[in-house]
Structures are given as C-alpha cells and as structure tokens.
Design a protein around this ligand. Sequence first.
Ligand code: URA
Length: 261
Amino acid sequence: MDRATLRHYLTFYRDLGVKSVFVGGETEESASPVETEEHGVEPTNPLEPPQAFSRVDLVDSSDDNLERIRQDMGDCKRCRLGAGRNKIVFGSGHVEARLVFVGEGPGADEDEQGLPFVGRAGQLLTQMIDGTAGKEGLAIRRPDVYICNVVKCRPPENRTPEPDEMEICGQFLFRQLMVLRPRAICTLGATATKALLDTREGITKLRGRWQKWRDIPVMPTYHPSYLLRPYNQNAKREAWEDLKKVLHYVYDEPARPLSDF
Ligand code: URA
C-alpha cells in the first residue's frame, strides 16, 4: 500500500474518533501503535496489504466516553444514510448498564424522536424486558439497561443496512460497547448479530446460544419486529427464553461463569 492510500485510511479512521490502530500480522497483545504528529497513529508495518485494515481495532478506551463518541459523530454524513435521516439515534439508557441491547437501525418513530426502540417494536422490547424481569423476580426495568443500534441513521424504507454503512457506523457502536463494558450484550436480530459476531450462521441457529464479542458474552435473539408478526408464536416463546437466560446471567449475584448455562 502506498503512503497516500495509507494516509487516506488513517484520516478516515481518525475522523471516526479511532485514536490508535493495530496494523500488520502481529497479535493484539504484541502490536504497539506508535504516535505521530500528523495523524496520531502510525501503523507498525506500513507495507501490509489493504486487508490488514479490516483488523483495525480500538486499543485504548480508558479516556473515551459516550459524550465524546457522540461529539465525534457530529452531524454525521460519512455514509449515504446521513442524507435521508431526520435525527441521529445514538442510544439511550443507563450509562453504567450491565446489559446492552443492540438493534439494527432506527425506524420512522426513532428517526423522529432521536431515541432507539420507541415505536411498536420498541414497545414490545420494553414489555419483554420489564415483563420477564418482573416475572423472574429481578428488580430491573428498561431504564436500567442501555439500548442502541448498529447504524444510527434510519435506512430508507427501513431497508437492511449495507455492509459499508455497518462498517462505518459500527466503529461508533464498538466504541460505545467498549466504554459501557457491560456484563453481556443481547443482539436483536440477524443484522446486529452479524455486526458483532462475524458469522455466516443464521439467527435461528445462533439464538439462545452464548457467543462472545471480544471478551463480552453475547446472547443473540430474534428482533422484536419479527416477533410482532402474528404467525411467530414459537419465536416469541424462544425470545422470552433467551431474555430470561441473559437477565439471570447479568443480574444474578454473583455473576456466574458462562459454562454454568
Ligand atoms: N428497530 C431497530 O432495530 N432499532 C430501533 O431503534 C427500532 C426498531
């Protein structure tokens, strides 16, 4: 890769708020980013092929926070979704949440209000969280968790986000998750699950089975919009089971190792 291309990539990631990157064949543990005056980062091996950039990673979230991430997003127009949105839907909930739900992207109601999961699917999600926690004797309600999406701007006609849109916005999602550092993440639907797990398995296979994003346990389950369809009674029951699993894992004291489940 020539230096101009490299400069282009580094500027792109710097604008996303990424302060350091690992580039090259080294492991996360052994690679050490080097500060430069111009970009704040210098790859450890500038001669690596372009695919090395797919392994761009955040290395230091200790001085990151949700306000800074939101500031870095600004009036984001980094992808085509910025053109059609009304409001950026960054995420909402408890800043010290032990549990984070990740959805796909805002719908019409969310786009209007700037808040995630406030439409019909959101009402169902609220019922699921409050109802399941209540039945299970856990003093947890929706305001105790954090909820966000893979993409922060509404895709036109509520279409599935494109891979490049997910990649760009995913950098902000990853920073949110690194700052929140929840005990577990519950991904809602195939898009959110794919964004975190880099898998080709479908949601019907993955749901209900613990996975990991970095070192954080991930429970994939169905998207509430899917559960709203009248013929999905079975899926509804399964989603409630998944939620029960994740709520107990997160809120039972002390935290139990994943192997207990
Ligand atoms: N669907 C999502 O995936 N996210 C929202 O915020 C609302 C609906």
